[in-house]
Design a protein around this ligand. Structure first.
Ligand code: HPA
Ligand code: ZN
Length: 379
């Protein structure tokens, strides 16, 4: 397979500058006063340079159409598209559900450990090229076991890629097993049973898929069991679902982080609770626009959440589907929301501090971040 090495983000940046997101990562050079231009360019250089952590990335959502075709061909799977460009044209989503239908269809090309390996290594290569130093990666075993692919095949492929990427590029990873909330809680419990043999390879459990109508409360038992067995916990809540789902994730599932969580803003008491308890939110700006949680990046509430004192982080969610990896999410949010140097620092630091890394490792990454912040910018 082909793995795109460092600097692959340049093309990616271009691809995101489409009509729907005209502000994403487009160089802002003319029309601005020279002093403003240099300030913006310095910020962009800073964003590119600093070490980053990503805490909300679905590995199946990093399947680029080209790799989808390559894997489909070698597995003899027929795709309902003529070309990679055709696939990309289908990526117009009305909401989370309309995205998930396409996302699960794409994931159906994955059959063998080698497929999961190539998928994961491709993501980590790109992440490395964008100075991601640590990634906590979601995977959805039920999407694959339902098609007859063994849990072990999925985990073996993903895990060996994370190990090889660490050896090759020094990028570290943790794996988070997500339960599909549109399926019954009993199915989640059965899936969790498989994970017990792999405690050393899975750091946490999570909850994803279609949110509305599938409240966190439904999964209390399996989360209780997972925490009792020593796994950490996170959950998607408050992406499309109401603030009440965030409360349930906190109080019933006892999660360490909330994935998305942007709808907390509708409930000031909840905002206060999240701030006091220092619960991190893994926010995904480009995803939220693509899935129409916000009409545009300029209307995203990320900056307001930061200013409310919440521990916001920036993430890519499903980068192959939403028009950008971590760097493009940072650049897009910075430009659309006018984030300053202190905001960028806070976001990057929050991600290391909200990670599941050991405190000594986190401290080393924060020192690396501080050193990158202090570097001279004229280059
Ligand atoms: N939300 C919920 N489930 C998901 C997502 C998402 O953005 N991406 C992949 N599974
Ligand atoms: Zn997600």
């Amino acid at each position: 397979m082909q793995v795109s090495e460092a600097n692959s983000d340049v093309d990616e940046t271009r691809r995101t500058s489409d009509a729907r997101h005209p502000r994403v990562a487009r160089p802002v050079v003319h029309r601005r006063r020279p002093d403003v231009v240099s300030a913006l360019t310095a910020l962009e250089r800073l964003i590119r340079r600093i070490p980053k952590a990503e805490l909300h990335i679905h590995i199946e959502g990093s399947l680029e159409p080209e790799l989808m075709f390559e894997i489909a061909e070698r597995n003899g799977v027929r795709l309902p598209f003529a070309s990679a460009a055709d696939v990309r044209r289908a990526y117009e989503f009305r909401d989370l559900r309309s995205f998930l239908d396409i996302y699960y269809a794409g994931a159906a090309v994955l059959h063998r450990a080698r497929d999961f390996y190539d998928l994961t290594l491709a993501y980590l290569a790109r992440a490395h090229g964008q100075r991601v130093r640590h990634a906590e990666i979601f995977f959805d075993p039920q999407t694959h076991t339902a098609r007859g692919v063994a849990f072990e095949t999925v985990l073996e492929g993903i895990h060996s890629a994370t190990r090889d990427a660490e050896r090759r590029w020094g990028i570290s990873s943790g794996l988070i097993l997500c339960f599909l909330r549109h399926l019954p809680a009993g199915a989640a419990m059965e899936t969790f049973g498989r994970a017990l043999g792999y405690r050393d390879r899975i750091v946490a459990v999570g909850l994803d898929s279609s949110e509305v109508g599938h409240p966190p409360a439904d999964f209390k038992d399996v989360f209780d069991r997972a925490r009792a067995e020593g796994f950490l916990a996170v959950a998607h809540a408050g992406e499309e679902g109401p603030p009440e789902y965030i409360r349930q994730a906190l109080h019933l599932l006892k999660v360490a982080r909330i994935d998305h969580g942007v709808r907390c803003e509708e409930d000031p008491d909840l905002v206060a609770e999240l701030a006091t308890a220092r619960i991190p939110l893994t926010v995904c700006p480009l995803s939220n626009v693509k899935l129409r949680v916000f009409p545009s990046l300029r209307e995203h509430n990320l900056k307001r959440l930061l200013d409310l004192g919440l521990r916001v982080t920036i993430n890519s969610d499903d980068p192959a589907y939403f028009g950008g990896y971590l760097l493009e999410n940072f650049l897009g949010a910075q430009q659309a929301l006018g984030l300053g140097r202190a905001d960028i620092y806070r976001l990057a630091r929050n991600a290391f501090e909200a990670s599941f890394l050991a405190p000594t490792v986190t401290r080393r990454f924060v020192e690396e971040l501080d050193a990158a912040m202090a570097e001279k910018t004229e280059s």
